[in-house]
Design a protein around this ligand. Structure first.
Ligand SMILES: Nc1ncnc2c1ncn2[C@@H]1O[C@H](COP(=O)(O)OP(=O)(O)OP(=O)(O)O)[C@@H](O)[C@H]1O
Length: 284
């Protein structure tokens, strides 16, 4: 569904993302990992449209297009021919095309209720949402959908509280509910486990595992146990370049990945058995 082709982004003399290519099939569970400053967030920004590449292209296949699906099902050329070039498309338009994101710091509107945060997110994304200002029935449906989203993330009981009163972990869940309210096809997650307790990380992993496979996940994460629990495939970035890309277990076992990134991670943290192991930070 998403093809990144030779993306490069420079900040002055620094090349933050350097000739990165990547293909995500619909429903992908893909993680981007790497040391601090490797270019992971910049790559997410390029996909979300909040940063523009200096060179390279971003292609998004429309939903239901025959080219969308497992790369094994068709040739890359056929897929690319059906895809829209969104390289210069604004972030707002990309969001309407189904690309949603969560940030390192959960972005909630502190002065609104928990429910209204999700209603607002849904309203921004959907035609029915915009009509809800005029049609009370549409507004009711929007609130019901938002409440269902809060139930999914375990916040329904706090729907009427001000978002500013929530803990960091609860804000993270609210941020996710808001991102999912737009019914995205691709969810970009920037360090969703950052700052969470072990218990909250376990909840987060359960929640993300339950996201339907018609939503692709592109995850940046430092907690390797979260990566192994969620991602089938992984790209390891180092100094903006792709060091390794492939199946998660194989990629994490590669000596060059261990050398630059994983030496500090105990073997127990790399098993995909959920999140019982303590959060583990790699070498930064
Ligand atoms: N807006 C910017 N202006 C200048 N330099 C930037 C900007 N954004 C990122 N950089 C630089 O680009 C490089 C990559 O940054 P980026 O945040 O993408 O790395 P990262 O892998 O996400 O790091 P971390 O794991 O610490 O979040 C870093 O050297 C960073 O300082």
């Amino acid at each position: 569904m998403l093809t990144l082709s030779h993306l490069t982004r420079r900040y002055g003399s620094l090349t933050a993302v350097d000739d990165v290519s990547l293909r995500l099939p619909a429903g992908a569970r893909h993680a981007v990992i790497g040391p601090n400053g490797a270019g992971k967030t910049t790559l997410l920004n390029l996909v979300a449209g909040t940063a523009r590449p200096d060179s390279g292209r971003i292609l998004l296949t429309p939903p239901g297009c025959p080219g969308e699906g497992n790369p094994a099902e068709g040739s890359g050329t056929a897929k690319a021919a059906q895809a829209a070039d969104i390289t210069r498309t604004t972030a707002a338009r990309r969001s309407r095309l189904g690309i949603a994101r969560s940030y390192q710091q959960p972005s909630v509107i502190a002065g609104l209720s928990v429910l209204d945060n999700v209603v607002l997110a849904a309203w921004r994304h959907h035609r029915e949402g915009r009509a809800a200002w005029r049609r009370p029935s549409a507004g009711r449906r929007l609130r019901e959908t938002a409440l269902a989203g809060l139930e999914t993330v375990g916040l329904a009981g706090l729907a009427d509280r001000q978002a500013g009163e929530l803990s960091h972990g609860q804000r993270r869940m609210l941020d996710l509910a808001a991102a999912l309210a737009g019914k995205p096809r691709l969810l970009l997650l920037d360090e969703p486990a950052a700052g969470l307790t072990d218990r909250d990380i376990g909840r987060l992993v359960t929640l993300l595992r339950d996201i339907p496979t018609d939503v692709a996940l592109l995850l940046v994460e430092h907690h390797i146990e979260v990566v192994t629990a969620l991602a089938d495939t992984v790209t390891v970035l180092a100094a903006g370049r792709v060091l390794v890309s492939g199946g998660t277990r194989d990629a994490l076992a590669r000596p060059e990945v261990r050398e630059i990134y994983l030496d500090a991670v105990p073997a127990s943290a790399e098993t995909p058995a959920g999140c019982s192991a303590p959060p583990t930070g790699p070498r930064g």
